[in-house]
Design a protein. Structure first.
Length: 265
């Protein structure tokens, strides 16, 4: 702290958030920029001061409404406050609502339990930016029945989009159309983001996913693929094999905390 910077305080917060908090409070006193206020919000949250964190995330969001990180923090701590803040932002400039703002509003509504309204906002976001995978998956999660025709139409327009196919598979799986979901996940895997869609496939057909993953990892040096294999083995009760796969994932990316935490379980 002899030469204080945002990175210094981020490292202090990671090491010991409770001891870092008063230092960050003093450094951020009177700050108006969203990055400094946002760092203070994260410090409050990590130290267990949720009310203060909520207030700071709200201030950071008001300082820079375009930064997703602050509204996400607010949604996590107080979704109803996040809904009110976003509604005020939309009311100030109703003609400037783009896909990001509509999607963030959908996230807040969803966290507040207003799922029907959330779907409407995700649909608006998807129509504004059909390529954004966040809104595709959100629609499939929040209301798979309403999402099905939207995602089916998208995959017809853009058959090579792996995210759209995977989200369509999620919606199909949620309504019990398992065979069709497996087909969509396989197509999504073939087109990219394989680790993500192997995980979704494993939820509905662990044996099928396991066989495909075991073939894939023989020629893979991707830690995510090994991690998905490990989670699938764990779900099937093959804990020793899962640990070995987690070890392989960690060896490929020693910085990944998820694999290290899985090995400690």
């Amino acid at each position: 702290t002899l030469k204080p910077s945002r990175d210094t305080y981020k490292d202090l917060m990671k090491a010991d958030p409770r001891r870092a908090l008063p230092l960050i409070q003093a450094w951020a006193d009177g700050a108006r920029d969203d990055e400094t206020i946002g760092l203070l919000a994260r410090a409050y949250m990590k130290a267990g001061h949720e009310k203060e964190a909520t207030d700071a995330f709200l201030r950071a969001h008001q300082s820079d409404p375009d930064d997703r990180e602050w509204i996400r923090g607010l949604i996590r701590l107080d979704p109803h406050q996040a809904v009110q803040s976003l509604e005020a932002q939309i009311a100030r400039a109703p003609n400037a609502v783009g896909s990001d703002l509509a999607g963030q509003y959908g996230d807040a509504l969803r966290a507040a339990g207003r799922t029907a309204d959330a779907f409407d906002q995700y649909l608006t976001a998807h129509r504004e930016d059909p390529e954004d995978k966040d809104w595709q998956r959100a629609m499939a999660d929040v209301d798979p029945v309403r999402a099905l025709p939207v995602l089916e139409a998208f995959t017809r327009r853009d058959p090579d989009d792996s995210s759209g196919r995977g989200a369509y598979g999620m919606a199909l799986a949620s309504v019990g159309r398992t065979a069709e979901a497996v087909e969509q996940f396989e197509r999504a895997i073939a087109r990219g983001d394989a680790a993500r869609w192997y995980g979704e496939l494993a939820k509905i057909d662990a044996g099928h996913a396991l066989a495909a993953l075991e073939r894939r990892v023989k020629r893979s040096r991707n830690d995510e693929t090994w991690g998905v294999l490990a989670r699938t083995l764990e779900e099937l009760g093959r804990h020793e094999d899962a640990r070995e796969a987690y070890r392989r994932a960690l060896s490929l990316d020693p910085s990944d905390l998820e694999w290290a935490a899985a090995l400690r379980r």
